[in-house]
Ligand binder design. Structure first.
Ligand SMILES: [Zn+2]
Length: 82
């Protein structure tokens, strides 16, 4: 069990991981991926987790690149998209 920061509880809390469908927009394209998200065991709100954010963004940009046949490495794409 990992502890993450919950903004709702304003402290670090035990979180459970659930898979959710997340849709992000990349340059006007809606990209939907299934990603692991952390939820507070105490209030049920989603907790911010840098590690999971990175995994989510990587999955989204990979899908975007696959869709557009872009072979640019992830690092470059991230810099360009800010
Ligand atoms: Zn909480």
């Amino acid at each position: 069990m990992k502890k993450y920061y919950c903004f709702h509880c304003d402290k670090r809390v035990d979180c459970h991981i659930e898979e959710r469908e997340i849709t992000l927009t990349v340059k006007g394209d809606a990209i939907t991926v299934t990603a692991k998200r952390a939820f507070c065991d105490e209030c049920g709100n989603e907790c911010y987790n840098e590690e999971l954010e990175d995994i989510l963004f990587e999955a989204v940009y990979k899908k975007y690149r696959d869709r557009h046949n872009i072979t640019t490495p992830w690092g470059d794409a991230r810099t360009r998209l800010g």
